[in-house]
Design a protein around this ligand. Structure first.
Ligand SMILES: [Zn+2]
Ligand SMILES: [Zn+2]
Length: 211
């Protein structure tokens, strides 16, 4: 049940989980936007506020209780991951996660690994839990222990991309410097990346034939 290398909603199984949990909740949780995907999803999107209110009306707590009592062997990815998915779906709409629920989350090794695990841990720290929806895919500062998104920065400060690779963002020079020992191993200009890619193909035993 490994989830190596994937982020949330990077694989079909996440959407299977999302629709399973949605059915349990009685409301579409992934495609929550009103009138969107109605044709494909029998429950349809009811909009962000309605979805959040529905979960806050003791539905979310019922799901957490149910899934934490489930026998792991009956589940595809196991109980821990279903609890995590439930939490993630709740965060997307800003539903209230009771502090005592957090002990249910499997922040130990259960096949729930980086980068999905890291993404979830960052979400738990940065989730405001005051009704503000959490954007799982927001750009975040890669500075050591920073993880701040644009809406968490001071007025007038915005994240800036690494000028060389354009792949990672930082909120300050301090964060950029702090991350450099790690980042320099991966940081390449688009031209360097292209050249490496071509060199890899050139060394391949397969030759393109002009037929
Ligand atoms: Zn930072
Ligand atoms: Zn870079």
């Amino acid at each position: 049940m490994g989830r190596w290398g994937e982020r949330f909603f990077g694989g079909d199984s996440d959407f299977d989980e999302a629709s399973y949990i949605s059915e349990d909740a009685g409301i579409e949780l992934f495609y929550y936007e009103a009138d969107k995907h109605d044709a494909e999803h029998p429950m349809g999107g009811k909009g962000l506020e309605a979805t959040r209110d529905h979960l806050n009306n003791s539905v979310l707590n019922r799901l957490f209780e149910k899934y934490s009592a489930e026998k792991s062997e009956n589940l595809f990815y196991g109980k821990p991951l279903r609890l995590v998915h439930t939490a993630v779906l709740a965060m997307r709409v800003g539903a209230t996660i009771e502090p005592n629920t957090q002990i249910l989350f499997p922040l130990f090794d259960t096949g729930f690994r980086a980068p999905m695990k890291e993404q979830f841990e960052v979400a738990l720290v940065h989730y405001k839990n005051d009704g503000t929806p959490y954007d799982l895919f927001a750009d975040r500062c890669k500075g050591p222990g920073c993880d701040k998104a644009n809406d968490e920065l001071e007025e007038g400060v915005t994240l800036k991309k690494c000028g060389k690779c354009q792949d990672v963002s930082y909120c300050s020079k301090t964060c950029q410097k702090g991350n450099w020992p790690e980042h320099k191993k991966l940081c390449k200009t688009p031209e360097q990346r292209k050249a490496e890619e071509e060199a890899r193909w050139a060394g391949s035993p397969f030759v393109m034939l002009n037929v």
